[in-house]
Ligand binder design. Structure first.
Ligand SMILES: *Cc1c(COP(=O)(O)O)cnc(C)c1O
Length: 386
């Protein structure tokens, strides 16, 4: 099966057709990643977290697979509405919301909400007849650079009092959720969190509070070093084993974002200028950290990058198009001598890249071209780039 993890594209041809900088988004890779994770987590309902790449093509590809969705803002609600997604397939997982945000999601029909503190429970209680509550539990993870439990989640010992408070406010208790941090190295924290939640579920039952759903969040990693396929089955094995210990009548859901989106997009940009500074070759590109490479700042990821050229290697600098000095995407990258118009290709650029891009310096963002590597001939969505 063709996807961006095993297929090289004609980058030059794409740039001659669509210009530079470009992001090429492959729907076949989206479907492939979804299927791989689904197979690795049997019986788990996958809600794609829109945050890393809230793009129409991704939603279309996932809709075809029967996926569910995880949203966190009114804009993401609008996106779901525009695609006609059944709101019963959506969960709203932002732990902190304005009252108007809750009303907005409910008006669409999304009823599952997350909270991790009393103040939020009181907001949700205004809509007690409609809301189903997930209480988010915090499991700090210093191993990941994106430790979401630093910002959100109640400590495990705070959960039962919160569940009781929710019950006394007349809220429908639906379940527990956690997020052990993004791009985790191993499933260790998932396993610990599942075990701890399983214990909380038992204790809650003793107090007559029924937990129906356990949401194991995201965090499923991709391989940024080699841009090759993660053995997700192997990664998820300990998670599957831990889930076997959760009471059978608890439904398991997950919120993968990065794993589905990251491999599905590559970046292509061009050399627009060159110089030698302090003895080193510098190449100035038409894309950088304020745009497609913003994840190198916000998401702490370095994307695998290469030039399609042979020649004697020099340790070089790749700089972005803005006038800011932080706008450098690689220092000491081994490259042959490049010329104006030569291309730099970045892989694994689907998650937290264009989603966090800015318009700094009024430099336009890379254009996204939609392809489908499984539907021959290489099907390019021309409307997207018109
Ligand atoms: C960001 C986020 C996700 C997606 O996490 P990944 O690590 O990209 O899989 C899922 N759920 C919530 C609540 C998030 O904030």
């Amino acid at each position: 099966m063709n996807n961006l993890l095993n297929t090289e594209l004609d980058y030059q041809d794409l740039v001659s057709k669509f210009g530079s900088p470009l992001l090429v988004l492959d729907k076949a890779t989206v479907r492939h990643q979804y299927q791989a994770l689904k197979a690795a987590l049997p019986g788990v309902t996958l809600h794609y977290a829109l945050k890393p790449l809230p793009h129409d093509a991704v939603i279309d590809a996932l809709e075809e697979e029967g996926a569910c969705f995880d949203l966190a803002s009114n804009g993401e609600v609008d996106l779901m509405k525009a695609h006609g997604i059944d709101p019963a397939k959506c969960i709203h997982t932002h732990p902190i919301k304005k009252i108007s945000d809750i009303a907005y999601a409910l008006n669409y029909g999304c009823k599952v909400f997350v909270a991790d503190n009393e103040c939020e429970l009181e907001k949700l209680a205004q809509f007690r007849d409609q809301v189903k509550l997930l209480v988010r539990v915090s499991f700090p993870n210093p191993e990941t650079k994106v430790d979401l439990s630093k910002k959100f989640g109640a400590l495990p010992e705070e959960v039962l009092p919160l569940l009781n408070k929710a019950a006394s406010l007349g809220l429908e208790i639906y379940g527990l959720s956690f997020h052990v941090g993004s791009q985790v190295k191993s499933a260790k924290r998932h396993v610990e969190a599942i075990t701890a939640c399983s214990q909380i579920i038992r204790e809650a039952r003793e107090q007559n509070i029924q937990i129906k759903v356990l949401d194991i969040g995201g965090g499923f990693p991709v391989d940024y070093e080699t841009a090759s396929e993660t053995n997700i089955k192997e990664f998820c094995k300990p998670i599957v084993e831990a889930l076997a210990g959760v009471s059978e009548d608890v439904r398991i859901i997950a919120e993968p974002g990065r794993f589905i989106a990251a491999p599905a997009m590559i970046g292509i940009c061009s050399v627009t200028g060159k110089s030698t500074r302090f003895g080193k070759p510098w190449y100035y590109l038409d894309d950088g950290v304020y745009c497609s490479y913003s994840g190198q700042i916000f998401d702490h990821v370095v994307y695998p990058k290469f030039a399609q050229k042979l020649g004697a290697i020099n340790y070089s600098v790749l700089a972005g198009p803005t006038c800011d000095s932080i706008d450098i995407i690689a220092e000491d990258i081994p490259l042959p001598e490049l010329d104006i118009g030569d291309l730099i290709v970045g892989k694994m650029m689907g998650a937290y890249t264009i989603a966090t891009a800015t318009d700094f310096n009024f430099i336009p963002r890379a254009q996204i071209v939609e392809i489908d590597l499984e539907r021959e001939p290489l099907c390019i969505n021309l409307e997207m780039v018109a």
